[in-house]
Design a protein around this ligand. Structure first.
Ligand code: NAP
Length: 321
């Protein structure tokens, strides 16, 4: 389907002045957020890795969002980290293993009242970023939306979902949530975002590594029920030990429900490994194992799983962190 003309100021959206949404990491999630914010008439600027990426973006003339068979291109402004413009609101949509280095490059541009929204999966990267920008407010986010790139500067909105945002320091909900409303980004302010992130991490640890090791779709784990149950029991105990008892409630039940509901899907980790891409293991299973070790909590099955997965990644020439 041909892309429609490049809209600059959508006629159905109110012209909005206000704080620019700087978006660091123009991959699947970055493009999904950028195009929806721009569609609502909000000011958005992409921060691209370097000048080569900026020139490639300029040649493409914008980002394309593919949604419900419809495809529309948006001409969104872009710059490199070296640009001197101050940043007040920054959405970080790099992978967990890139977030800290990427934020470091722009930290000098943050205003004293800057806010960062961290959209990384797992745990560990958010804390590393927050430690690097102690004067900025860091909002953590957890999303069940699904998106993938079907070409350079093109994103397919593959799965509708929800995004929970929250402040680990228990600050109030920010005013700019109305911008998400306006942009049609389904969201909710969470009073306990860490619990939500831990829960998602535990679900991921119980499913994704096993799908890689058994080389199967999620539904293939129905043949390994005992192994899944053993991991769920250990993960639940670990969550409780880490002060995350709420995230442990009925974990095994939800894991089996997810396995059943997504039986035909390959997990994101399976897709990463089969396509030779780096995984976020260090911020998922790796984080769980480190948390167990730091608390002298025995987690033999998690450590064994981590070791087996790391070995497989090494054999494929992929990083284990
Ligand atoms: P992605 O498509 O790989 O996008 C990451 C982007 O970050 C890439 O475009 C990459 O640039 C860019 N980047 C890396 N280092 C950078 C730097 N120093 N400066 C500027 N840009 C930099 O990843 P994603 O799928 O959007 O995932 C982002 C996070 O969201 C992950 O933690 C993921 O687990 C989570 N998440 C994803 C989904 C989903 O459906 N995709 C759903 C929920 C959560 P290049 O293009 O130049 O490499």
């Amino acid at each position: 389907m041909p892309d429609s003309a490049i809209p600059q100021t959508p006629s159905n959206a109110p012209a909005q002045a206000g704080t620019t949404w700087h978006i660091l990491g123009a991959g699947s999630m970055g493009m999904l957020w950028a195009t929806r914010l721009a569609r609502a008439g909000l000011p958005v600027t992409l921060i691209l890795r370097n000048d080569d990426r900026l020139q490639a973006y300029k040649a493409a003339q914008g980002l394309t969002l593919i949604e419900d068979q419809d495809s529309q291109q948006w001409s969104i402004s872009a710059q490199t980290p070296e640009t001197e413009e101050p940043i007040q609101r920054l959405l970080v949509t790099c992978k967990a293993y890139d977030a800290e280095q990427a934020v470091k490059k722009i930290s000098g541009r943050l205003t004293p009242d800057a806010e960062l929204i961290l959209l990384q999966n797992g745990l560990g990267s958010q804390q590393a970023v927050a430690a690097q920008v102690p004067h900025a407010r860091c909002i953590f986010a957890s999303s069940t939306e699904g998106a993938y790139r079907d070409g350079d500067w093109r994103v397919v909105f593959a799965g509708r979902g929800h995004t929970w945002l929250g402040d680990p320091q228990q600050g109030p909900a920010p005013q700019w949530l109305t911008a998400l409303e306006l942009s049609g980004i389904a969201h909710e302010w969470s009073e306990n975002i860490l619990s939500r992130l831990w829960r998602k991490l535990a679900l991921n640890c119980a499913i994704n590594p096993l799908t890689v090791l058994h080389d199967c779709r999620n539904g293939g784990l129905q043949a390994h029920e005992d192994e899944v149950n053993t991991l769920c029991a250990e993960l639940s105990a670990l969550l409780e030990h880490c002060g995350q008892a709420e995230a442990a409630i009925d974990l095994a039940t939800e894991v089996h429900r997810v396995i059943q509901a997504t039986a035909n899907n390959y997990s994101s980790m399976h897709q990463d490994v089969s396509q030779g891409r780096r995984t976020e293991i260090g911020y998922l299973l790796g984080y769980a194992c480190t948390a167990a070790r730091n608390r002298q909590f025995a987690a033999a099955h998690l450590h064994d799983l981590h070791q087996r997965l790391s070995e497989l990644l090494r054999q494929r020439g992929l990083p284990c962190n």
